[in-house]
Design a protein around this ligand. Structure first.
Ligand code: AMP
Ligand code: MG
Length: 318
């Protein structure tokens, strides 16, 4: 497709003149712009149709750059950064006054991470500024895990998608803020709570908007396909209950090839939660394009990335 390219030098030119480029990361594709260029940051919100109260995540190439963005780093934040960066962890920390309010939606804190993707790390190292990059999807739609998803959404409004192939993790970063220097999970994501806890001990989870006014972007309805979706504790029972619908099943490891099922998307036949997470959005994009009237999604085990998958399915279903 026309706007997909692997030309990093061109991406640098476009970003430097204040325009946007969609960039690959290991989580999902991001819609990137220069954090110090007000027009560029405005364009991010406009292009996505994202409400201005929803802060953006700042992407930096190295831990050394963190001091240019944040004014204070609690000890446990250092431990988490050392353990997981580059990687799918966003830290929410007090911002430097130089970070524009538009980026942080007026908050005194900023979300920041080092993505773990070789092409985007090279891009960030060569740029003279950090980029803000929310997921490269229109507000409330399914996050993109392939360059083609981004091109489908923004062919008419974006100059370039930097091609980095398929996103390896396939779900957004885990967001961690600090309350009295103690880590709090604001968004479940590609790094499991168990892995976080193995570094810093027990952490609180405030993943719901009601529990956490600190993360104003955590809207209940999010990451949605257009097809109605329900979460199922028993697929066979729900197939009977909804026998008048054109059903697509989204399952963990089992396959449901019953007469009532028009499409079955199995996320990990071997029962691996990382693999299931990596395939989740592609499966939702696929199911959403099949003219179904209902997606019946299996409830995942509440452990490891199963928690993250259930969170995304709940937001898609609400
Ligand atoms: P996205 O860029 O689409 O992955 O979403 C970014 C999310 O990060 C937002 O919706 C917020 O929930 C969260 N976030 C970013 N910056 C902050 C911040 N300063 N304080 C709290 N949450 C933040
Ligand atoms: Mg998003």
């Amino acid at each position: 497709m026309g706007i997909i390219s692997n030309d990093i030098s061109r991406a640098i030119e476009i970003l430097t003149k204040g325009e946007l480029v969609a960039i690959p990361t290991e989580t999902v594709y991001g819609l990137a712009g220069n954090i110090f260029n007000e027009d560029a940051v405005r364009k991010i919100f406009e292009t996505k149709g994202r409400p201005a109260f929803n802060p953006l995540i700042v992407h930096i190439p190295s831990i050394e750059e963190l001091n240019k963005v944040v004014s204070y780093i609690p000890e446990k934040a250092k431990q988490l950064a050392n353990a997981f960066w580059p990687g799918s962890l966003t830290l929410v920390l007090p911002k430097k006054s130089s970070i524009p309010d538009l980026v942080t939606a007026g908050k005194s804190t900023v979300g920041v991470r080092i993505p773990n993707h070789p092409i985007t790390l090279e891009l960030l190292r060569r740029l003279e500024f950090p980029v803000a990059a929310p997921s490269a999807n229109p507000f409330n739609r399914i996050s993109p895990t392939r360059p083609g998803h981004v091109a489908d959404y923004f062919e008419d409004s974006l100059e370039m998608v930097l091609d980095g192939g398929v996103c390896q993790k396939g779900v957004e970063s885990t967001i961690i803020g600090f309350e009295n220097d103690n880590p709090v999970v604001y968004r479940l994501g590609a790094i499991s709570v168990e892995d976080i806890q193995s570094v810093v001990g027990t952490v609180e989870i405030k993943n719901k908007k009601e529990q956490n006014p600190e993360a104003p972007g955590m809207l209940l309805k999010h990451y949605s396909p257009r097809t109605k979706i329900i979460i199922s504790e028993s697929i066979p029972a729900d197939l009977k209950a909804y026998d008048r619908e054109k059903i697509g099943v989204l399952s963990f490891s089992k396959t449901y090839n019953e007469a009532l099922v028009k499409v079955n998307s199995t996320l990990s036949p071997s029962g691996n939660l990382e693999e299931a997470a990596a395939n989740l959005y592609q499966a939702l994009h696929d199911l959403d394009s099949q003219n179904l009237t209902l997606i019946v999604a299996e409830k995942f085990p509440e452990e490891g990335l199963g928690k993250t998958i259930n969170d995304r399915l709940q937001r898609a279903a609400s």
